[in-house]
Write a protein that binds this ligand. Sequence first.
Ligand SMILES: O=C(O)CCC(=O)C(=O)O
Length: 245
Amino acid sequence: MTGYEEQGYLYLENFFSEAEIVTIEKILNKFHEKWLKDNASYYEKGLLNSHGLTSGNYLNEEEKTVLFQFISQDKLQEIIRTVFSETPIFLNTQLFFDPKNSEQKNYWHRDIQYTGMSVEEQKIAICNQDVVHFRIPMRKESGIELIPKTHREWDLSEEFEVRNSLNGAVPSDGLQRGKVIELDRGDVLVFSANMIHRGIYGQNRFSLDVLFCDNIPQMRNFIDSNNYPSKEILENLDNTELFGL
Ligand SMILES: O=C(O)CCC(=O)C(=O)O
């Protein structure tokens, strides 16, 4: 399980058993059904993810406990220890699905480009802070296309133009250094949100992303404590330092 620091991602095939996936799948389905009902207009307009599965009232305490037990389980801790040099902190959960319109284009980006930091600040920040996605697909999907090593390295000019729509480029243009990682049920893709990446839509994808980040003040500002486990739920979890705000 090595290579994250150099490449910016780890692909672990067949990491979860069918039984482990089934346990969370029914909870994710329930959340998604309720979310779709309440967010139909956003879905119509092109939204392709939801977040905050562990906050709000779509799931009950028991379901949230199961999700948190999944998130904080020892098996994932092993990956976390190889990815982060110090214990990170839980950030949030997301669900990724296909856009309603199958013609909708995907978009290359770094998550950090949406934080309001200047480009110069972003160049520095990718070298000393990280948000890491653990993508856990419920179905076979076309996965994520990413540019290895860009979690710590800045763009080539072509890449910068594409993700920022400059000089006639658009964010869905192909990029030469892109590497597609296809995923199947049971696999995990761990990747840095610092990287230049895009989702590949299709195959009715349905993936849970669990996000962790460095436990540093700049990152803690992005944490919404509503997503965190209650005192009662915490008593049923191991590795509670992940939730130690
Ligand atoms: O899967 C997708 O559509 C995009 C994923 C992504 O960009 C992200 O997780 O930051």
